[in-house]
Design a protein around this ligand. Structure first.
Ligand SMILES: Cc1cc2nc3c(=O)[nH]c(=O)nc-3n(C[C@H](O)[C@H](O)[C@H](O)COP(=O)(O)OP(=O)(O)OC[C@H]3O[C@@H](n4cnc5c(N)ncnc54)[C@H](O)[C@@H]3O)c2cc1C
Ligand code: SF4
Length: 589
């Protein structure tokens, strides 16, 4: 595809997007001697200039007015629950909060940093072997990469970030106090767990009493001063409670800014251009190689950036969107089940159980994004699903992330939604309640997918991405099961009131749930059923790589970024040690 845009001098690698994956690849590929250019659609952001402790705690600005998030007036998506419906554009972000700007969502994430289970990577073959054939509508696939292959790269990301936690399985030996269900790890976390506040310790005691094995959840909030392998220092977390959806002014949450940028941005073979929105990837006339990208800069100039290699680092939605806009790969068609781009969009299903006490003061404002205790008995295939009517699962946890004045006001069941009685209930329960959350997987389904909207366009005149998604029976049954188990633990706390809030009905895109969107450019072993191979290399253009959660064939019951980091390091290693020596497909189709 040719371009009429003004042509710039070529680079070795162009990275589209400069969040977590862009920063890791920038660091790794410049180390390999390549000239790397990152194009980021949003503006410059750094801790000292943007997140000073004197104004980082502005809830209205960051949480409610979305200062760090994608601007729907420029780029958004349309949504419907089923292919038979007409999709409408999201004009205000809700269910998920994609980022815009240097650092991406790595700035305003919580830092809940998990590894997936070994069986998650072989979800189809494992479940079919144990429970029989999955239904034809369930388009679950194996990943093409195994936990054991990724283990060193999980480790690398955890040490980059200074994750605080306790190993539960060291080289196959179960370690008391850690997560006994995790895959074997070669060494412990780089930092000890965060000191625990009151609410999670109550959960821990009740979980133990009911026969579970609770453990401190792995956190990217520093439990002590930490210097990472790149020589960048982070400071200890102060439990300020303005963590998720905020930047950390304290250099205590790992983000691209606090772990990689101080090293990468000094390198002569790295360049970052901000406010540069990539519109499409260019291909050669044979359609076998990417030749660069076209982008619009802050002045509205359309520019062509030639490159030897293109890496999409633009978050879950935008990577498949750019592939569709660039006519790369065969688009998924839910009627025939053929095609791969847009296939297997998945999300997560969350629920909660609120617990109200009279005599226990939680001080919920003493919090951090990943401060909590969890259990993993009901995740993945850690339990026997025979007769339950679903596969998959999720973790249960009691987090204490914030008691922010606008966001946090727990009230018992049947409290009016406003007025004097509501105010009295907030005053009574604000300090003395906690919540147990469930964080459930979503298995892919043939009718959950991404494509281009036929009607609505973005600020650049391109078709918006259209999201078609709903929960299926599998998710509802699973989430009900998790909610019941959380209720069992809540009841063991002997509180005044336990209020279970199961997740019912259709998927609703309005309330915030998680920014754990997956699929659309999935990885696998066969170009007929996947967009990229096990090294995240496009099956169609060998010099195009796709990072981030778009490559997940389905969405396991954990937060995704630990695996995003591991896969990015894994792909970087394949590029450095295999692709650069012999450019071409790393896996033969
Ligand atoms: C509120 C919140 C809390 C979260 N908490 C957790 C958590 O606790 N644990 C966890 O595992 N995960 C969490 N996440 C998810 C986590 O932030 C993401 O998985 C991670 O940041 C993904 O990294 P990425 O590099 O793929 O994308 P991002 O970090 O989002 O970076 C993508 C970048 O690409 C840019 N971009 C997009 N399109 C273009 C274009 N066309 N041209 C140029 N640039 C473009 C964007 O502006 C953005 O800066 C959370 C997310 C949010 C929003
Ligand atoms: S809770 Fe800790 S890591 Fe999070 S923003 Fe506050 S100081 Fe930073």
């Amino acid at each position: 595809m040719a371009s009429a845009a003004r042509k710039l001098p070529p680079v070795d690698v162009v990275l589209v997007g400069f969040g977590w994956t862009g920063a890791i690849l920038g660091q790794e590929l410049t180390d390999a001697g390549l000239n790397v250019l990152a194009l980021e659609r949003g503006g410059w952001r750094d801790t000292s200039t943007d997140f000073a402790v004197t104004f980082a705690q502005d809830e209205l600005r960051y949480m409610w007015r979305h200062a760090l998030f994608e601007e729907p007036a420029r780029e958004t998506l349309t949504f419907r629950n089923a292919p038979s419906e007409t999709a409408l554009p999201m004009r205000h972000l809700g269910s998920f909060l994609p980022a815009t700007g240097v650092g991406g969502a790595g700035i305003h994430w919580n830092g809940q940093n998990w590894r997936f289970l070994p069986s998650d990577f072989v979800a189809r073959s494992h479940n079919e072997q144990r429970y029989g054939k999955l239904s034809d509508d369930m388009t679950v696939q194996d990943w093409g990469v195994t936990y054991d292959e990724l283990e060193p790269y999980y480790d690398k990301f955890e040490y980059l970030c200074g994750i605080a936690g306790k190993a539960g399985n060291l080289n196959g030996q179960i370690v008391a106090g850690g997560n006994p269900f995790e895959g074997a790890r070669k060494r412990d976390y780089p930092n000890p767990p965060l000191d625990m506040v009151y609410a999670p310790t109550l959960f821990e005691a009740a979980a133990r009493e009911t026969g579970h094995k609770p453990f401190p959840c792995p956190a990217a909030n520093m439990s002590r001063p930490y210097t990472n392998p790149l020589g960048v220092q982070l400071g200890p977390c102060t439990y300020c409670g303005f963590c998720e959806k905020f930047g950390c002014g304290n250099y205590s949450k790992s983000s691209p800014q606090t772990t990689i940028h101080p090293v990468l941005l000094r390198k002569k073979n790295f360049e970052l251009r901000t406010e540069c929105n990539v519109l499409r990837v260019l291909k050669d006339s044979a359609g076998k190689r990417a030749t660069g990208v076209v982008y619009i800069d802050a002045q509205g100039n359309e520019l062509e950036q030639p490159a030897e290699m293109v890496v999409l680092c633009a978050f879950a939605h935008h990577n498949p969107h750019l592939m569709m806009l660039s006519d790369i790969g065969k688009r998924y068609d839910p009627k025939t089940g053929e095609g791969v781009i847009g296939k297997n969009y998945a999300y997560q299903i969350v629920s909660g159980v609120d617990v109200f006490f009279d005599d226990k003061i939680m001080n919920p404002f003493v919090g951090a994004g990943a401060l909590g205790v969890g259990i993993d008995e009901y995740n993945g295939d850690n339990f026997d699903h025979s007769g339950l009517g679903f596969i998959g699962g999720g973790y249960l946890a009691c987090w204490q992330t914030n008691g922010r004045p606008i966001e946090y006001h727990p009230v018992p069941k049947d409290t009016p939604k406003w007025g004097g009685k509501w105010k009295a209930a907030v005053a009574k329960n604000y300090l003395t309640s906690l919540s147990i959350s469930t964080h459930g997987a979503v298995m892919s389904h043939r009718n959950n997918y991404l494509d281009l909207d036929p009607t609505y366009r973005n600020a650049y005149g391109q078709p918006l991405l259209r999201l078609t998604f709903d929960y299926t029976d599998n998710e509802h049954k699973m989430s009900d099961y998790l909610t019941d188990r959380a209720t069992d633990i809540a009841k063991a706390m002997k509180a005044r009131e336990v209020h279970a809030k199961p997740r019912q009905g259709h998927y609703d895109i309005a309330p915030y749930q998680t920014t754990h969107n997956t699929g659309g450019a999935i990885m696998g072993t066969d170009p007929k059923t996947s967009a990229v191979n096990k090294f995240l290399q496009s099956w169609d253009l060998h010099n195009l790589f796709v990072m981030g959660t778009a490559v997940y064939p389905q969405n396991p019951g954990y937060n995704p970024t630990g695996t995003v980091g591991a896969l990015t390091y894994w792909a970087a290693e394949a590029i450095k040690t295999q692709y650069l020596k012999n450019p071409g497909p790393l896996v033969q189709a």
